[in-house]
Design a protein around this ligand. Structure first.
Ligand code: APR
Ligand code: PHB
Length: 391
């Protein structure tokens, strides 16, 4: 087979790129290791910056999200038992964020690809990249026991943290930066009314908690947990009672509990790989970087990578320009590092780090107190939270 761009991975990054290229008449094939149902079974964060919403609209995939997404103008920080509202919108000249699950983003992109007759190959196994150094790289894979080969101009590695793309870059070229946090998050999804209209990020003596939602009748909650915990350690009862201990009494009184629909534990990690391009291979999304979920930057960073990548490929195919291709890595990484810093900062501010002792907790509380009373500090948080510009 021959195509212009081979895309590895049908997560939000790969699907969004495929859709944007197809709309410009650029041929592409997407190879996904898992089945479509498996991809849709993964529950991830659900907060979209305006930049991501704009990309979905540009991809002609924004209809449902514009109808069903919940617009949020602020967030709450909770510490020492008190709630403090941060008016994101007032502090950023009217910007907002949208609550809309990543699973739904993926579903909308998949439906659009199908409708346009996109070439999406699910359950493609043994994907491997070859000839990266010449003008016509190749991607091989097997499907139902048969071997296939795609010859292309460019490869987009959108295959997440555990994919093959990043591993195909020679080790001496790739530099990686990593921080592993000494805890994870247990998340619970339930068909209950969210405890608050706006998200609540809770700093608490022994662990962090987050109250978020998927819709007006579906809540998503998270609690910081030890890395060696398993879902079996967290009965629904234990989760609800622990969550309620994190909240001020009047908020806890509003907490509607119910059976969980999903529970999962995720470790927290910051990771960046540089450069994000090697010859004709581009890395985008989780293949190149991971942020801890505090601030929900993962999906939004994938969107800004695809903004830079789609523009670079469109400029090449329409006007033979290669400067955006050459600057792809540098353009992405400037924004990636800022979001990496912000996610690390929010994580550091709000979680319990036993190794930092009582001194560390006092510093967190002093910074939270400063945030609660300083418009300057709240503005810095808000600018980053609603998303830095794609440039
Ligand atoms: N071959 C083909 N597909 C692969 C391979 C492989 N060897 N390895 C991984 N994949 C697929 C995965 O099955 C997955 O569907 O690549 C896809 C990568 O998708 P995501 O992990 O969702 O990553 P990305 O599209 O970059 O989206 C970033 O997703 O992980 C969250 O927090 C992250 O919200 C962020 C967003
Ligand atoms: C979510 O809705 O899952 C979510 C929201 C905000 C975060 C993290 C996760 O910071």
């Amino acid at each position: 087979m021959k195509t212009q761009v081979a895309i590895i991975g049908a997560g939000p990054a790969g699907l969004l790129l495929s859709q944007l290229l197809d709309l410009q008449g650029i041929e592409n094939i997407v190879l996904e290791r898992q089945s479509g149902d498996y991809v849709l079974g993964r529950i991830r964060a659900g907060l979209l910056e305006q930049g991501m919403v704009d990309m979905m609209n540009l991809a002609q995939c924004g209809d449902r999200l514009n109808r069903e997404g919940l617009i949020h103008r602020g967030i709450n920080l909770c510490f020492s038992g008190n709630l403090h509202n941060i008016d994101l919108s007032a502090l950023t000249g009217g910007k907002t964020v949208m609550i809309y699950g990543q699973t739904e983003v993926t579903r909308d992109l998949m439906a659009a690809r199908q409708k346009m007759g996109g070439n999406l190959i699910y359950e493609a196994k043994d994907v491997a990249i070859h000839n990266l150094d010449d003008d016509h790289p190749r991607v091989t894979y097997t499907k139902d026991g048969q071997a296939f080969e795609i010859v292309c101009d460019y490869i987009a590695g959108c295959d997440g943290f555990h994919g093959v793309s990043r591993q195909s870059i020679p080790a001496e070229t790739l530099k990686t930066y990593e921080k592993i946090y000494p805890f994870g998050w247990i998340g619970l999804l339930a068909d209950t009314k969210p405890v608050s209209d706006e998200l609540i990020y809770v700093h608490h003596e022994k662990s962090f908690a987050l109250c978020t939602m998927r819709s007006a009748s579906r809540s998503r909650y998270y609690i910081q947990c030890p890395l060696d915990d398993t879902v079996a350690d967290w009965s629904d009862d234990r989760f609800w009672s622990k969550l309620s201990q994190h909240l001020p009494a009047e908020t806890a009184a509003q907490l509607e509990t119910g059976p969980s629909i999903e529970k999962s534990i995720a470790p927290l990690r910051s990771f960046v790989a540089e450069p994000m391009r090697y010859g004709r291979l581009f890395l985008a999304g989780d293949a190149a970087h991971i942020v801890p979920p505090t601030g929900a930057k993962g999906l939004n960073l994938a969107a800004s990578d695809i903004y830079f990548l789609s523009n670079a490929l469109i400029a090449f195919y329409k006007t033979n320009q290669t400067d955006l291709i050459e600057r792809y890595s540098e353009n992405c990484l400037r924004r990636v590092w800022k979001a990496t810093r912000f996610s690390w900062w929010m994580t550091s501010l709000l979680h319990h780090f036993p190794e930092n002792g009582a001194f560390g907790t006092k510093l967190q509380l002093a910074e939270l107190d400063y945030l609660a009373e300083s418009t300057a500090a709240q503005t810095a948080l808000s600018e980053n939270y609603v998303g830095l510009p794609f440039r």
